[in-house]
Each structure stands twice: as structure tokens, then as C-alpha cells.
Design a protein. Structure first.
Length: 312
């Protein structure tokens, strides 16, 4: 049997959200991993917008980070739009609260509203409502925020794909599939990257969030950016950098059980910095996880918020 080639993960130190510096860092990362889009590609940037909330400063992908990434693709002849589906409220509301709307206007980017959906059956057998804007792009650029998370301990590149499912349906997925062991819910997260267009993940780890999450943690100057065409490979590198034992991540554990290539550091090649060059020893993640299943009131509130946005 022929051994599979290792997956490239680009890592480098980054200490500023100045858009021009982010653009330069993206260029270095992409050169390192050999990533190059085709001129004219329709690129969809998918940040982590979570929800329209005053806690956005840490919980969401930084707007200037998104702008710096967008500028790189614009410079290479791509057509660029930005979109996400927050658990409550709308994409436009979340962009306004975060300040991303100003970046979008300044650069002349499109907005993908994530309203229409396509019913899609995942490999685990679960049907989900994936936003059509995601399925219609040529390249999906996943822009996760590095942060602690009360349900899955740490949320990175793979978990950020959960945002391709429309708003309130994410809360419903938590409720229906987040049972005691949450295996079905983890399977959904594992399968989502396989049913969307190809692309690349670029993590915002310049100022991360630790202690708790996904909304109300504390700032942590992690000072890094990373990228890979394999979200699970990028996550494996980030867990090593953060000092999180992989088996403490229920999502990593499920990917491991399924034998997904790239989930182990032995599958990964680092053409730029190695994880040891960027490792930290005081990043705090929750010692105990909350149930993945939400209570009914959370699901109803999410649905009512979406209805209010649609008809208000």
C-alpha cells in the first residue's frame, strides 16, 4: 500500500490585526503550503460571527483579519463575498455589531446572506440544511477564531464549519443529536467539511479567547496565524500549540475513532514554523464540559430571533 503524502500546515507568528500585515502573512502562509486560487474564482469567506452580541470583540473572527484575507484574494483576481449564519439574528446584524460591515463596504465585498438552504444528507446519515451561498461558491475560505468552548473544550477549524448550517437549525441539531455521549453531533461536525466546496482554513489566533466560551472568555495573546486545506490537520497542530491533550477534545476523539487522515500530527508536514516554535503553556480550557444538548428554551429563542429578523 502506498503511503499517503503528508498534509501541509502553515504556521507563523502574527502580532497585529493591521490589514496590510494580515495580507502579507496570508501570502507567506499560502506560498508555504502551495495554495493558489484561479483568477475569477468566486470565494466565500466564512468567519465565526456567533451571534449579534456586545461580546463580539473576542468571540468573533476579527473584522480586520477578515479584511486582510479578503484583500489577498482580491489582489489575485478573485470575486469575494463574506457570510455566516449566526445562531440568532442575521448575518448582516452580526456584521454590523462586529464592525465587519465597514470592512465589507470599504473593500466592495459581496455579502452572502445565508438565507436559502439545500437539504443535504451527510455521510453519518443525518440530513442538514446547508446554506446555498456556501454550495454555490468556487472556494470556501474558513476563518475560525481560536477559542475555548464550554461544549467541545476548544473550537477551531473543523467546528467552524458548523456555521454552514442555517441559524436556528444549529440549535435544533444540538437538541436532537447532542445526547449523553454526543457521538451523533460530533459525526455531523466531522462530515460537514466533506459536503461543501473545497477551500482552505485560516485561523485567527492573533488574540485568542480562553478560560471559557464560546462567548464570554478572556483574551489570550496567542500571536499566531495558521492555514491548511485540511481543517483537521490545522486543528491537530493548534491543539499541540495550545497544550491541549488531543483526547480531551471530543471532536478530535471522534475524528480519531473514524480514522480521518490528518487528525494525527504524524500525518502533518510543517513547511514554515513548527508547533513547538509557537507553543504556550498557560492557555486555559474548561475542565468540565456542558452538555452538547441545549434546553428547549434556547432552541425556541433562536427560532424566534430568526423569525423576527425575517419579518421584522
Amino acid at each position: 500500500m502506498t503511503a499517503m503524502a503528508k498534509i501541509d500546515v502553515g504556521l507563523l507568528r502574527a502580532t497585529s490585526y493591521r490589514p496590510e500585515l494580515v495580507t502579507q502573512q496570508v501570502d507567506t502562509l499560502f506560498a508555504g503550503v502551495g495554495f493558489r486560487p484561479a483568477a475569477g474564482d468566486h470565494v466565500l469567506l466564512k468567519p465565526n460571527l456567533v451571534a449579534p452580541s456586545m461580546l463580539h470583540d473576542l468571540a468573533c473572527t476579527h473584522p480586520e483579519f477578515v479584511g486582510g484575507v479578503a484583500q489577498w484574494f482580491l489582489d489575485h483576481g478573485c470575486k469575494v463575498a463574506v457570510g455566516d449564519s449566526p445562531a440568532s439574528g442575521s448575518c448582516r446584524q452580526a456584521m454590523k455589531v462586529v464592525g465587519l460591515d465597514r470592512v465589507v463596504q470599504k473593500l466592495g465585498l459581496g455579502i452572502a446572506p445565508f438565507q436559502e438552504t439545500v437539504s443535504t444528507r451527510l455521510g453519518c446519515g443525518v440530513k442538514v440544511a446547508i446554506c446555498r451561498d456556501v454550495l454555490d461558491c468556487d472556494l470556501l475560505v474558513n476563518l475560525p477564531k481560536v477559542k475555548s468552548h464550554g461544549l467541545v473544550r476548544v473550537t477551531l477549524a473543523v467546528k467552524n464549519y458548523f456555521g454552514v448550517i442555517k441559524g436556528w437549525r444549529k440549535a435544533m441539531a444540538h437538541q436532537v443529536y447532542g445526547g449523553d455521549d454526543a457521538t451523533s453531533f460530533m459525526d455531523i461536525l466531522c462530515d460537514l467539511p466533506q459536503v461543501v466546496p473545497p477551500g482552505i482554513s485560516i485561523c485567527d489566533g492573533i488574540v485568542a479567547m480562553h478560560v471559557t466560551g464560546p462567548m464570554d472568555g478572556k483574551p489570550y495573546p496567542l500571536n499566531l496565524m495558521g492555514c491548511s486545506v485540511s481543517p483537521q490537520a490545522l486543528d491537530a497542530a493548534l491543539l499541540e500549540i495550545l497544550g491541549v491533550i488531543p483526547a480531551q477534545s471530543p471532536l478530535w476523539e471522534r475524528l480519531h475513532q473514524r480514522g480521518v487522515f490528518g487528525n494525527d500530527l504524524a500525518d502533518v508536514h510543517f513547511p514554515l514554523s513548527a508547533p513547538a516554535d509557537l507553543a504556550v503553556d498557560d492557555f486555559i480550557v474548561p475542565a468540565h464540559l456542558n452538555p452538547v444538548r441545549f434546553n428547549v428554551s434556547h432552541v425556541v429563542k433562536s427560532l424566534l430571533n430568526r423569525v423576527a429578523v425575517r419579518f421584522g
